[in-house]
Design a protein around this ligand. Structure first.
Ligand SMILES: NC(=O)c1ccc[n+]([C@@H]2O[C@H](COP(=O)([O-])OP(=O)(O)OC[C@H]3O[C@@H](n4cnc5c(N)ncnc54)[C@H](O)[C@@H]3O)[C@@H](O)[C@H]2O)c1
Ligand SMILES: [Zn+2]
Length: 527
């Protein structure tokens, strides 16, 4: 039996009408969970709510999801909150592909005007009730991997978009999907899974995007993966212009931004159009910053291609460029609309870059995920699973503190000392190589301060060594490292604040550390 197509989403997004249209087109059976429940209960949904209460109705929904969890060639439309509970979602995903339909509040209101069969909207002020309900549920709707925004679509168009999306993703495993809200800056919908890169066009189109795309990449990545992405975009009517920047940190400059602006103008990029960054952290930071400032901000989508970018740089909204005076000195918070990560892209990543990214994965483990750390420690982890976990750590920290007012400093673990070492090496050491050494040195400081049990730094060192990252620096002047460390921009009120590990999975932020201790730790990680 073929898998089901399951349409979910808030009331008024078109689940039933689009579902029926698709079922008819494909000659499949259409099932509405509300109708299933009415048959089962022997009375209308409104009567279940009135006589038995909402809890009873929700219990019927659990039954319905179980009953409809086998692949049966059906098109299923759920109730608005049927897939709120995780177990219902899991049940329907067992036998089908779940697509969440979305629409803007005004559109929903217009579509629902006159409807009298919505018990949850029974109120004098339906508009206010609807908005409150939608706000409450929005994070869950946003967390679905597959979404179609039907705001500006009639039923026939929505049907086409749902079918195009389904066609592009039905053979893929369910990707990891997260929603990272960034308050007034909107937020990022994050997808991570194998095969996504070839479905980018339909995924973005289904989210209501269309028009011109400035596809920004670097000289290494463009030739390897640029065409694939451009093709997927063209397939659904986007008009991509591939813009290629020389690979390397040297390109993360205002001059490159100016060059991109010129190309954007040349490509006719307008306010409603899109920038897509396809590359490592350099391209994400650069193209994201250009998107933040071009026409006072256009939307952008990040497609990270390096391990470091997948687990770190592509998440959290920070974009920017380097100035002659230092790295990342000009920037903005401009979250990508979506970040779409595909581990298949890593097959072409040079080994040294891959290992450098692993330092950030290890860092994520030390910050908040002991199991992730153990996977690397025991060599037992699957790469995709490790990336998913590292991603989740970053997302959870950023959700707590989107604009770096506090907790986000935890992400600096290993970086206070790491940045000093990286800069002292004049960037001969890769970022991740320096961060690995920084993680060890900072764990030694934590032990000396009595924050961590002795042995933590040895454990971290063993993991760094296991992935073939250096555990010591050599040929660097300690004085120089100290000077660079003290000029680090994270310095606050004249003193450097450290994020230090208390154990694997637990980090303390804002710790004052005396210079003597830093020197001692730096001596301990010198070859
Ligand atoms: N915005 C943030 O929150 C944030 C966080 C961390 C780091 N960063 C920034 O990220 C940058 C470092 O990122 P990076 O390490 O990805 O550097 P990068 O973008 O320079 O990529 C590293 C190298 O790998 C190549 N490459 C990337 N993906 C490839 C692929 N799939 N196949 C073959 N080659 C590939 C690139 O061409 C480059 O030569 C720094 O500028 C740093 O400041 C930003
Ligand atoms: Zn880093």
């Amino acid at each position: 039996m073929e898998q089901n197509l399951v349409l979910t989403g808030f009331m008024g997004t078109g689940k039933t009408s689009v579902g029926k249209a698709i079922a008819e087109r494909l000659g499949r059976t259409f099932i509405d969970t509300d109708v299933w429940i009415e048959k089962r209960a022997g009375k209308p949904v409104s009567a279940i709510f009135a006589e038995d209460g909402e809890d009873r109705f929700r219990a019927y929904e659990v039954e319905a999801c179980e009953a409809l969890s086998a692949p049966c060639n059906q098109v299923i439309a759920t109730g608005g909150w049927t897939l709120g509970p995780e177990k219902n979602r899991a049940a329907l995903q067992r036998g089908g592909c779940v697509i969440c339909l979305r629409a803007e509040p005004d559109t929903i209101l217009a579509r629902l005007s006159g409807a009298t069969d919505r018990p949850l909207l029974a109120s004098d002020d339906r508009a206010a009730k609807m908005r409150t309900l939608l706000n409450q549920r929005d994070p869950v709707y946003r967390s679905f991997a597959w979404q179609v925004d039907t705001t500006r679509m009639n039923v026939a168009e929505a049907m086409m978009q749902v079918m195009a999306l389904w066609g592009a993703i039905r053979h893929l495993d369910q990707p990891a999907s997260m929603w990272l809200p960034m308050r007034e800056r909107g937020g990022t919908s994050i997808l991570f899974g194998a095969g996504l890169v070839d479905a980018i066009g339909p995924i973005l189109r289904a989210r209501g995007l269309s028009g011109r795309v400035a596809l920004v990449s670097d000289s290494n990545v463009a030739s390897l993966h640029g065409d694939r992405v451009a093709r997927s975009l063209e397939l659904v009517g986007f008009e991509p212009a591939l813009l290629c920047i020389p690979a390397g940190e040297e390109s993360k400059t205002l001059e490159s931004v100016a060059g991109l602006f010129e190309s954007f103008v040349g490509a006719g990029l307008e306010r409603g159009d899109l920038v897509v960054a396809l590359g490592g952290g350099v391209i994400g930071d650069l193209a994201g910053f250009a998107a933040a400032t071009y026409l006072r901000g256009v939307r952008w989508v990040c497609v990270p291609t390096s391990l470091l970018a997948m687990v770190d740089a592509s998440i959290g909204g920070k974009v920017g460029v380097d100035l002659p005076a230092g790295k990342n000195l000009a920037g903005a918070f401009h979250p990508s609309l979506m970040t779409i990560g595909d581990p298949d892209l890593l097959h072409t990543l040079p080994g040294v870059e891959f290992r450098s990214g692993l330092a950030e994965v290890i860092k994520a483990g030390v910050i908040a995920d002991p199991e992730l750390f153990e996977m690397i420690e025991h060599g037992s982890g699957d790469l995709s699973e490790m990336i998913r976990r590292a991603l989740r750590v970053k997302v959870e920290v950023v959700i707590e503190d989107p604009f770096e007012a506090g907790r986000r400093a935890a992400l600096n673990l290993g970086h206070t000392i790491g940045h000093g070492i990286e800069a002292a090496s004049k960037f001969a050491l890769r970022h991740g190589e320096a961060i690995g050494i920084g993680l060890i040195a900072e764990a030694k400081i934590a032990e000396r301060l009595g924050l961590a049990q002795p042995g933590l730094s040895d454990r971290i060192e063993a993991v760094i060594a296991k992935v073939d990252l250096p555990t010591r620096y050599h040929d660097l002047d300690l004085e120089t490292i100290m000077t660079l460390l003290q000029s680090d921009k994270k310095k606050k009120g004249g003193r450097i604040k450290f994020a230090l590990p208390r154990s694997v999975g637990d980090v303390l932020i804002g710790v004052d550390v005396k210079d003597e201790l830093v020197v001692e730790a730096l001596n301990a990680v010198r070859e």
